[in-house]
Design a protein around this ligand. Structure first.
Ligand code: PLP
Length: 455
C-alpha cells in the first residue's frame, strides 16, 4: 500500500491477485494473465469497481445476493453475534442461532423435511446429502444400493462427490474415478429437445429414459436421484410441464430417494422459500440449500431431511449408526445469525411477494431479446433468466461466449454499466431480488445494446 491508509489502487490489487491469488476455474495456461474486475464496494443492486464505475450486478454475485448489498440489519446481526459468541464446536455444543435457524427452516420446507444439517456452502450440502443416502442404505442392510442418478448439464458443486454428479463436460474428468457411482440422464432442456417432438412428447421421452435406466441398472442398485428444480448454471433449464411430479413418482415406485438441489432456487429466487412444493408440486426426501440463505453475506449451506427418512435410520434398530459427517463450521453462529437477519429482512420487506409480482415484467422484458439475430432462446422462471446465443437460429448451435464474440458481449456490457455472466453461450440474469422495474429496463437495455454491438 501507499501508506496513506486509503484503499490500494485497483491496478495494485490486480497485480497482487495475478501474482498470488489462485482463483476458481483459473486458466492454468494463462496463469497470472487474465484480468478480473476489481470490486471495491456495493450498494443495493450496484457494484462499484476500483475505478469508481457503477455496474448493475445481473447475476447477484453468484445468484446469491437476494436482499441486495449494504443491508445493515444483516451486518449488525453478524457483528453482535461475533461479540456474543463468535464460535462454538458443533461436536459437543450447540448455540441459539443454529437451533433457532434449524427450527425456522424446518417451518418453511415442504412436508415433513424437518431435520436440518448445516454445512459451509452448496457443494458441502450436496456432498453431505449424497453421503447421507449412502449411510442410509448401508444401515438398511443394502450396501449395493449406491448409484446416483443425475443429469447432463447439472451443476452440484465442487467437492469431489458433488463435482462427480455435475453433468458438464469439464467436470467429467472426475468420472474417471466416480464413473461407477453416477449415471447422467438427459438434460430436460426443452429448447434443444430432439427434432419433431412436442414439449409433452419430450417429457414422455425423459421419463421413459429414466424408467428404462432404472430397470436396466436395477432399482436395488440406485440410491438417489439428484436434481435442481431448474438447472441453474447449466443454462437456466426449466424442465417440461409434469417432469418434476413424474420423476418423483418413479423414485417413489422404485424406492429411490429424491434429492432436490435448491441451492439456487430456494430463498426467494422463484418467489418462495423453497420451490419444490410451491412451484413444482413435489415434496422431495432431501433438499439442499445455500447461497440465498444469507444473501451471500457469509458462507452457509445445509440440507433438510424428512422425518420419514430420519425415522428409518434412527432409534433402537439402528445398531450404533453414526452419520459420520461434519464440519468445524457446521451451524456457525455468525452465519446462522446472518441467515436469520436475512430471513427477517425478506419477511419484513415482503420480498417473496415482490418477486412474484415482478416476475412477469422481468420475464417479458428479457423475452423481447428473442428478436435479436444472435439470440436463439430466452427462458427462465421467477427472477432468473437466460439468453441463449446461437451462431445459427435454425441449427441452434451454441455460439461460444467464452470465445471472442462472447467476451465482446461481456466487455460491451461492462462499458455500459452491467456485469453479465457469460456461461459458454449463455448470458445469465439472476439479479438481486429487490430489483425494481426501472432497474430491469436499464439492465435488459444494456444487455440488448451489448448483444447488438457484437453482431
Ligand atoms: N448446487 C447448485 C445447484 C449450485 O448452483 C451450486 C453453485 O453454483 C452448488 C450446488 C455449489 O455451491 P457452492 O459453490 O456454494 O459450494
Amino acid at each position: 500500500g501507499s501508506g496513506d491508509n486509503g484503499p490500494a489502487p485497483g491496478d495494485e490489487i490486480e497485480a497482487l491477485a495475478k501474482r498470488h491469488l489462485l482463483q476458481p476455474w483459473e486458466s492454468l495456461e494463462h496463469l497470472g494473465q487474465s484480468a478480473r474486475t476489481v470490486l471495491d464496494r456495493a450498494e443495493n443492486i450496484y457494484l462499484y469497481d476500483s475505478e469508481g464505475n457503477k455496474l448493475i450486478d445481473a447475476p447477484a454475485g453468484m445468484w446469491c445476493v437476494q436482499v441486495g448489498y449494504g443491508c445493515r440489519e444483516i451486518a449488525e446481526a453478524m457483528a453482535n453475534q461475533a461479540m456474543q459468541l463468535a464460535y462454538n464446536s458443533p461436536w459437543y455444543t450447540t448455540s441459539g442461532p443454529a437451533a433457532e435457524l434449524a427450527a425456522r427452516i424446518a417451518d418453511k420446507t415442504p412436508g415433513d423435511l424437518n431435520h436440518i444439517f448445516f454445512t459451509t456452502g452448496g457443494s458441502t450440502a450436496v456432498d453431505s446429502a449424497l453421503r447421507f443416502v449412502q449411510f442410509y442404505n448401508n444401515y438398511l442392510g443394502r450396501p449395493e444400493k449406491k448409484l446416483i442418478l443425475s443429469r447432463q448439464s447439472a451443476y452440484h458443486g465442487s467437492t469431489y462427490l458433488s463435482a462427480s454428479c455435475s453433468g458438464k463436460e469439464r467436470d467429467k474428468v472426475f468420472l474417471d474415478f466416480a464413473g461407477n457411482l453416477v449415471h447422467h440422464l438427459s438434460s430436460p432442456l426443452v429448447y434443444r429437445r430432439p427434432d419433431g417432438m412436442t414439449e409433452a412428447q419430450f417429457c414422455d421421452f425423459l421419463i421413459a429414459e429414466m424408467e428404462s435406466t432404472i430397470l436396466e441398472k436395477g432399482a436395488d442398485k440406485i440410491a438417489a436421484f439428484i436434481a435442481e428444480p431448474i438447472l441453474a448454471s447449466g443454462g437456466v433449464v426449466v424442465p417440461p410441464e409434469g417432469y418434476h411430479k413424474r420423476t418423483l413418482e418413479l423414485c417413489r415406485k422404485h424406492e429411490i430417494l429424491y434429492i432436490a438441489d435448491e441451492v439456487v432456487t430456494a430463498f426467494g429466487r422463484l418467489g418462495h422459500w423453497f420451490a419444490s412444493e410451491e412451484v413444482f408440486g413435489i415434496t422431495p426426501d432431501i433438499i439442499t440449500f445455500a447461497k440465498g440463505i444469507t444473501s451471500g453475506y457469509v458462507p452457509l449451506g445445509g440440507m433438510a431431511v424428512s422425518q420419514k427418512v430420519m425415522a428409518e435410520v434412527s432409534g433402537s434398530d439402528a445398531k450404533g449408526a453414526v452419520y459420520s459427517n461434519g464440519y468445524t463450521y457446521s451451524g456457525h453462529p455468525v452465519s446462522c445469525a446472518a441467515a436469520m437477519a436475512n430471513m427477517d429482512v425478506i419477511e419484513k420487506e415482503g420480498i417473496l411477494e415482490h418477486v412474484r409480482d415482478i416476475t412477469p415484467y422481468f420475464q417479458d422484458k428479457l423475452a423481447e431479446l428473442d428478436a435479436l439475430a444472435l439470440v436463439g432462446d430466452v427462458r427462465g422462471a421467477g427472477l432468473v433468466g437466460c439468453v441463449d446465443c446461437v451462431a445459427d437460429r435454425k441449427a441452434k448451435n451454441p455460439l461460444k461466449l467464452d470465445s471472442e464474440v462472447g467476451g465482446r458481449i461481456d466487455a460491451h456490457c461492462q462499458e455500459k454499466g452491467l456485469i453479465v455472466r457469460p456461461v459458454y453461450n449463455m448470458c445469465v440474469m439472476s439479479p438481486p431480488l429487490v430489483i425494481r422495474e426501472r432497474q430491469i429496463d436499464t439492465m435488459v437495455g444494456i444487455l440488448r445494446a451489448g448483444i447488438e454491438d457484437t453482431m
